[in-house]
Design a protein around this ligand. Structure first.
Ligand code: HEM
Length: 460
């Protein structure tokens, strides 16, 4: 794929969509990220250039290019330059840390934090939070999808990641996290005096002020809480870097965990409700996994959070898992992944200039017919063992990114989505939204726009 550096300067840069100015291409992208990339791919092929505001980049589509992208990271492709937009939110932590050893240490710590017994405990907590939410809904009614799931995802993130002290103050915490989300911008310089950036900076300050006393109290008590905040406090590496880094990592993890999971969960639920035949098969699977309620127990809507006929948080629900993967395939929540070219790179006859971005676009890549049969069709069984279309290439399904910087919370995100949907289906009959929800990009992820009303009633 590559050639000696001396040949590179004579090569053309990748083709761009004709007739688009800096502003018009930016506007088209802002209105519909996936549609913009799809249009460019259809007109220009698997290697094309884009101009997003002042930044130029190359989008690569297809598993061979995905492999190149993930393998070149921390080599010719660099991470932190592209993650400058998170520095005002969390400081120079994780993917935004400029020092490679520090960045890898932060990511490795997160990778180890969301596995094994800790992961099981977090999943159980997610199930308890979900039952509490369901108990609050009554026997029937309606909820706005994003509003309801955002609240739930934040409560889950708060209790599992930051612990009971922050969970108790969730109502103060929630609008601040939402302000952080709305202040996320991949393109504009992060220090412009815009109202959304002013609110972002205020949110970070107030969130930090909330977490710092918790830290101090935990240290005073030599606490052994099982949440992620305690994992950070106990880690000798992060411990040495000071409280700013520790609080920044805590905020970054809770923020990233809540917003992506919530958006992906919302799409997964909508898609499932829109496909009643497949939904029936998932409900049957969920019912088979339910622990029977004790004889004479009260109706589901009035049962306490613990006990009753709950779906065990660790239940194996393959049909639901395939539906989650299908939602990740059809509605990936990240519009693209970007890395910064440290040097000129030659790729299949093109020059990707130093200073440009190199990008992947999961929404386009997930609809390649050579990987996914009848790719526009909702067909979760494509992930069943006999078909396993995602195994056609190790980088076919990239909704959690890939390589060393692949999402460290992917297993937790999958478990959380599974327990929320299984618990909802176990308790309620749900009605699909009357109109197809349009995607919204206002919070840094692709999510269903509100209002998107879901009706529910207790199952017989
Ligand atoms: C369905 C849910 C989720 C999806 C689709 C998702 C997706 C992603 C993706 C695509 C990336 C990498 C972006 C890149 O390569 O540039 C990422 C990074 C990350 N994810 Fe997830 N994620 C999910 C859930 C979670 C959860 C539950 C957590 C934490 C508990 C989490 C924590 C992180 C962190 C800490 C990073 C690194 C971000 C940074 O350093 O700025 N994610 N995620």
């Amino acid at each position: 794929m590559t050639a000696a550096p001396r040949d590179v300067d004579i090569l053309p840069t990748p083709p761009m969509l004709p007739g688009l100015s800096q502003t018009s291409s930016m506007l088209e992208w802002q209105q519909d990220h996936a549609g913009f990339f799809q249009r460019a791919y259809e007109q220009l092929g698997p290697v094309f250039g884009v101009q997003l505001g002042p930044q130029q980049g190359t989008v690569l589509v297809g598993p061979r290019y995905h492999e190149f992208f993930f393998k070149e990271v921390d080599n010719r492709l660099s991470v932190p330059e592209q993650y400058r937009f998170v520095v005002p939110m969390f400081g120079e932590v994780a993917l935004a840390a400029t020092d490679t050893a520090t960045r890898r240490r932060h990511v490795a710590l997160m990778q180890s934090a969301f596995q094994g017994r800790r992961l099981s405990r977090y999943t159980e907590q997610a199930a308890d939070e979900t039952e509490q939410w369901l108990d609050s809904l009554g026997a029937n009614g309606r909820f706005d999808l994003w509003n309801a799931l955002e609240g739930l995802a934040m409560r889950i993130a708060a209790s599992t990641l930051l612990g009971p002290e922050v969970r108790a103050r969730i109502d103060d915490f929630r609008p601040l996290l939402a302000d952080l989300a709305r202040g996320m911008d991949f393109v504009l310089p992060p220090d412009l005096p815009l109202p959304k950036f002013v609110r972002r900076d205020r949110a970070r300050r107030l969130l930090t002020e909330m977490i710092q006393p918790v830290l101090a109290e935990r240290r005073r008590r030599s606490d052994t809480s099982p949440d992620f905040l305690q994992t950070l406090i106990d880690d000798p590496g992060v411990g040495d870097e000071g409280d700013d880094v520790l609080v920044g990592m805590a905020l970054m993890t809770i923020f990233t965990g809540y917003i992506t999971t919530c958006a992906q969960l919302a799409w997964a639920l909508v898609l499932l409700l829109q496909h009643p035949a497949y939904l029936e098969s998932v409900i049957a699977e969920v019912d088979a996994a339910r622990t029977p309620a004790a004889p004479g127990s009260p109706p589901a809507s009035t049962r306490p959070a613990v006990g009753g006929d709950r779906v065990p948080p660790d239940a194996r629900l393959p049909r639901l898992e395939w539906a989650l993967k299908e939602a990740i395939r059809l509605r990936p929540v990240m519009s693209h992944y970007a890395r910064y070219n440290r040097t000129d790179i030659e790729l299949d006859g093109y020059r990707l200039p130093a200073g440009w971005l190199t990008m992947l676009c999961p929404s386009v890549a997930h609809r390649l017919p050579e990987l996914f049969t009848d790719p526009d069709r909702y067909d979760p069984e494509r992930f069943s063992p006999g078909r396993a279309e995602d195994r056609r290439h190790p980088y076919a399904l990239i909704g959690f990114s890939g390589g060393f910087y692949r999402c460290p919370g992917s297993a937790f995100g999958m478990n959380e989505m599974r327990v929320v949907i299984a618990s909802l289906l176990a308790r309620f009959d749900l009605v699909a939204p009357a109109v197809e929800p349009l995607p919204s990009f206002d919070m840094g992820v692709t999510r269903p726009t509100s209002p998107c009303i879901i009706e529910y009633r207790t199952r017989n």
